[in-house]
Design a binder for this molecule. Structure first.
Ligand SMILES: [Fe+2]
Length: 298
């Protein structure tokens, strides 16, 4: 089928969520038949709305990998969470609370606190996707396990001018060890020792980042990984970080997604932070996660 035929088949609609970020894109199949024009629609919606949802998708791990590769390019495997890789795809992980023969099949504690993925790496993923294979529902018929995103762009823009100036040019230590310790101290760490370590444990990144595609400024500190701000006295660094975390957690910057099986969600992992809702255990939940390559944050 020619590009023109594929494009003619696609009748694309982008419906903004009405919140600070998030949009539903309909009329496209993200699988192998996706045209270049269709991909550009998704990419454009992603850059405008930071989180996009395509409902009723049927994607194999190969399809999800190929989509992310076309969107931005794929990074090498992360070197963490390898026990939970999707078969044949070491760069994809299962996010799940399901156990088989007493062992977890996936990461079951991802997203307990606000965070941006892989921010302790030198080149964090720019885009991340989740494809839902099994979603739990409550007795009232409502889906459980919602995901929330907050807009790091809107949050930055709403900061008082004095705070923007205090953060200008500063770097923040994004520390995976701090993240693990935060979870341990709150009693919410469940992952085994094998995925508590990575070769890239900590990285200094700009506290205020410029988006590599849109050029928009965004707040790049998060409550999971951001341990201290360089060049700021420790007590002030701690106070300021806690103030920024509370600011990012304000609902006016949020979008909440209620999952259905077959949802394919892609988010801008620079422009947003996210957090999960853990209200479903022991009901089974399974998603496939795949992140793209990304540039060194500037
Ligand atoms: Fe995450």
């Amino acid at each position: 089928m020619s590009e023109a035929d594929l494009a003619a088949k696609e009748s694309v609609a982008v419906a903004p969520s009405g919140a600070a970020l998030g949009a539903y894109v309909s009329g496209l199949d993200a699988g192998p038949g996706l045209s270049e024009r269709g991909l550009m629609h998704i990419r454009d919606a992603l850059l405008r709305h930071s989180v996009v949802i395509l409902r009723d998708q049927t994607l194999t791990p190969d399809d999800q990998f190929a989509f992310m590769d076309r969107l931005y390019g794929m990074r090498p495997p992360l070197g963490i969470a390898t026990p939970f890789a999707v078969g044949g795809h070491p760069e994809m992980q299962k996010i799940s609370n399901i156990t088989k023969h007493g062992k977890p099949i996936g990461i079951n504690d991802a997203g307990l606190m606000w965070h941006t993925d892989t921010c302790s790496f030198p080149m964090p993923e720019l885009f991340v996707s989740l494809y839902s294979l099994e979603i739990p529902f409550g007795e009232d018929g409502e889906a459980l396990g919602n995901t929330r995103w907050t807009s790091a762009i809107a949050a930055y823009e709403a900061l008082p001018e004095a705070i923007k100036q205090e953060l200008a040019g500063k770097r923040v230590s994004q520390n995976y060890g701090f993240h693990i310790e935060q979870m341990r101290s709150r009693g919410i760490l469940t992952r085994g020792k094998d995925i508590q370590k990575t070769d890239n444990m900590a990285q200094l990144h700009p506290a205020v980042r410029t988006h590599p595609i849109t050029g928009r400024k965004l707040l790049y500190v998060n409550e999971s990984y951001s341990e201290w701000l360089e060049g700021i006295e420790p007590e002030r660094s701690r106070t300021l970080l806690e103030q920024l975390w509370a600011h990012l957690a304000e609902e006016r910057f949020h979008f909440t997604h209620s999952w259905r099986k077959g949802d394919f969600v892609i988010w801008d992992n620079a422009a947003t932070q996210h957090i999960g809702t853990f209200d479903y255990d022991p009901l089974p939940r399974l998603l496939h996660r795949c992140g793209s390559d990304g540039p060194v944050p500037e």
